[in-house]
Design a protein around this ligand. Structure first.
Ligand code: FAD
Length: 685
């Protein structure tokens, strides 16, 4: 193996940085995050960052890389290069940061960062109690999810009622008219909303997470905060407009223009935005627009700028209301801009920093969706539990048939893990302990995918009744349980706010960052030879120390007060993180500059790390619950079942890294795209 390492370091095809051209944004839907901005500046925290690790393990301090020194874009196609340069320029470097999850990829297992479980404090819980109680009773008494789904409208009195209890300004500080609650309490509100009605959940979260409140809390000036936060916290709806017809996952193709007026006092916006959630009801929008390009290093760099735009500005038109498979009462719009004049004071942060605003907002904001997924998954588990116990077929309750029991067991384990991961990360955010972009992305990706599976399984458990609408069930005298509504509503969660594919690229990019920093410069033909030679020396030192350590069989070390069942899984996770780090390193050695094309391979590594994070969070959470006096026979069975299932998924991922049909599949699809395999199109209407 060391021979392979040496080969990697000496052969110019190895360890080449990957080109994650479609990185990052994934965009909207809903998201919060009061703390990301502070978090960026509080990174010199107890967390040991990969950057720090690099510094420790090479005698020379690694140079602060600029984006172009990390990734060679010289051989990329124009569109790919522009997308990557834009995303890299908007990305905050990982230096002096790191987290439990990011270090899994470099074989460092720091369980003490998440153990003991960082539970929400009693004080913080008390601060949110009153609001959460009001929200729960408001939803039960005044929000009829099946009627909202059937009519495609949220009644006006619900907007008013939610505003009255403060649901539109949950995290907005009290001095700006909000409730000033924490991420954990915001997450608990999302759990309630997710368990009841996806439409209202989307309305509330898009409004305050990506709508005006969140970007302003992170980047706004005091004047902007004073002007807009009281309005949106009081219930004036806001929205976030980034997506366009030709700019979905790839914001570099954005075409909505904002040209400065001759005196520079305002910008004139022209173009169109697509799928703007809340757009139909909004009074104010955050709009991403292209402002004039800048020359950087002799090359044109596209600029994207974030503007606050009042909807009643002349020239702004809500041109169309989009309708979807689920979330039928989403107030989602096509928004047209014709010579819309916006004062330059309405720029958020600064000109050209629009993508940074969006990315930073999303890095923490992605936690709302997993929290809503916890609520929905608990609801689906409860529906399945009841039905599996009461529906008798073939002489016994269907829950006694192993095929159905297996589905419900998976639901139970996954719900437990989802809650553990989401609220562990929320609590760390509240404590401002470091950069949690990988954790939040993992929570988003894992929870939205698991919830879709849970909804699918719940439909199967309910059989024909799962497929029947709540209205129809009630019409023939059965309880109005709308599993099909939940299934339709949750499908979009893996698409917006960063699709699952983009989340995997995002996590993979961050995972490879330590390696890119150490070795990326060696093969970057855009850099002077002297820089590349320096990088050879420092990376040689780094890997000579790092790589052999990835073969040491040690587990997580001594962990106080961890039940032995849980300790077994934690030790497994520690050992497996080293195996993951080796696997990733070998993939870099094997594929070199072509690793960026191996999306399926990278996604397996991301999958392994995500399951390791889930196992670790679950064990930490389970031990905390035991400490709270919860019944050990229940908690340990749940945690143990989840960890065993996650380990099987990890085995499957590892097997796929060694043996797969990826290349054959890829070639097959290129042929398909080129028009071959006509018989696959034969015989259809
Ligand atoms: C109900 C709904 C609400 C929305 N709300 C908002 C909103 O409020 N504001 C807003 O700005 N936007 C919103 N969006 C847009 C949403 O964020 C986008 O749909 C999302 O970013 C994906 O873009 P796209 O649909 O154009 O897919 P595309 O970018 O065209 O992607 C199509 C598929 O290809 C995959 N893909 C793309 N690039 C890559 C790559 N490099 N590697 C691998 N796979 C790739 C994607 O993951 C996806 O599966 C909303 C969308 C919906 C459906």
């Amino acid at each position: 193996m060391l021979g392979r390492q040496a080969a990697c370091l000496s052969r110019p095809t190895s360890c080449q940085p990957v080109g994650f051209a479609a990185l990052c944004l994934g965009q909207a839907g809903s998201l919060p995050a009061e703390t990301a901005w502070q978090a960026i500046f509080l990174m010199k925290s107890p967390l040991e960052a990969p950057e720090k690790q690099v510094a420790e393990e090479t005698s020379a301090k690694p140079e602060k890389p600029t984006p172009t020194s990390v990734i060679d874009t010289s051989k990329m196609a124009k569109g790919q290069r522009e997308a990557l340069e834009l995303a890299e320029a908007a990305r905050d470097p990982l230096e002096d940061r790191g987290s439990f999850a990011s270090n899994l990829f470099v074989g460092r297992y720091d369980f003490d960062r998440i153990y003991p479980y960082p539970a929400q404090s009693a004080e913080d819980r008390a601060a949110g109690e009153d609001f959460l109680r009001k929200l729960e009773s408001y939803l039960r008494q005044h929000v009829d999810p099946d009627e909202i789904d059937r009519t495609g409208e949220i009644p006006p009195e619900n907007f008013k009622g939610l505003a009255e209890i403060g649901a539109f300004g949950i995290k907005v500080p009290k001095k700006y008219g909000g409730l000033g609650l924490s991420q954990c309490n915001y997450g608990q509100a999302a759990v309630l909303l997710g368990s009841w009605d996806g439409n209202v959940a989307a309305l509330v979260s898009a409004h305050q997470s990506i709508g005006v409140a969140q970007p302003l809390l992170l980047f706004g000036t005091e004047e902007q905060k004073q002007k807009y936060l009281p309005r949106v916290a009081g219930g004036e709806i806001s929205a976030f407009a980034l997506t366009e017809t030709h700019a979905g996952s790839d914001p570099a193709t954005m075409s909505l223009r904002a040209e400065p007026s001759p005196d520079g006092s305002e910008f004139v916006l022209n173009g169109e935005k697509l799928w703007c959630t809340n757009g139909v009801k909004a009074g104010v929008l955050v709009v991403m627009a292209r402002t004039p390009s800048k020359m950087v290093g002799g090359k044109e760099r596209k600029q994207i700028t974030a503007f606050i735009v009042d909807v009643d500005t002349p020239g702004l038109e809500i041109a169309y209301r989009c309708r979807f498979m689920g979330l039928r009462a989403l107030y989602n719009a096509v928004v047209k801009f014709t010579d819309v004049r916006v004062p330059k004071e309405n720029i958020i942060f600064k000109e050209g920093a629009g993508l940074k605003v969006a990315l930073t907002t999303l890095n923490t904001g992605r936690l709302t969706l997993p929290a809503a997924c916890v609520g929905l998954s608990k609801r689906l588990l409860e529906i399945s539990r009841k039905w599996a116990g009461e529906r008798i077929q073939w002489g016994v309750p269907i829950g006694k048939h192993a095929a159905i029991a297996g589905k419900v067991a998976d639901m139970a384990g996954n719900v437990f893990a989802m809650e553990a991961m989401t609220f562990l990360t929320s609590s760390l955010l509240d404590r401002k302990v470091g950069d949690l972009r990988i954790e939040t992305a993992m929570c988003k990706m894992w929870a939205t995918e698991m919830t879709w599976r849970i909804a699918d399984d719940a439909m199967q458990v309910r059989g024909g009744r799962g497929y029947e609408t709540a209205h129809s069930l009630a019409g023939r005298g059965e309880p109005a349980i709308g599993v099909e509504r939940f299934l339709r509503d949750c499908r979009v969660n893996t698409i917006f706010e960063g699709s699952s594919e983009i989340m995997r690229l995002f996590i993979a990019r961050e995972a490879l960052d330590p390696h890119l920093k150490v070795g990326g410069a060696i093969f970057n033909t855009q850099l002077p030879m002297s820089d590349r030679a320096k990088a050879i020396l420092s990376s040689g030192k780094f890997y000579a120390g790092w790589y052999p350590r990835q073969w040491l069989p040690n587990g997580a070390g001594r962990i106080d007060n961890l039940h032995e069942t849980l300790a077994g899984h934690v030790n497994y996770a520690a050992r497996t993180s080293k195996r993951l780090a080796r696997g990733l390193f070998h993939a870099m050695a094997r594929f070199g500059p072509k690793l960026d094309r191996e999306q399926l391979l990278l996604s397996r590594f991301v999958g392994i790390a995500t399951e390791l994070f889930a196992i670790s969070a679950t064990c930490s959470y389970a031990q905390w619950l035991l400490g709270q006096g919860k019944p050990a026979d229940e908690i340990l069975v749940l945690a143990d079942y989840f960890c065993r299932s996650a380990r099987m998924r990890i085995d499957h991922h590892f097997a796929g890294t060694a043996r797969n049909a990826d290349k054959h599949g890829y070639n097959l699809v290129q042929d398909l795209l080129a028009g071959k395999h006509e018989l696959l199109r034969d015989g259809i209407v």
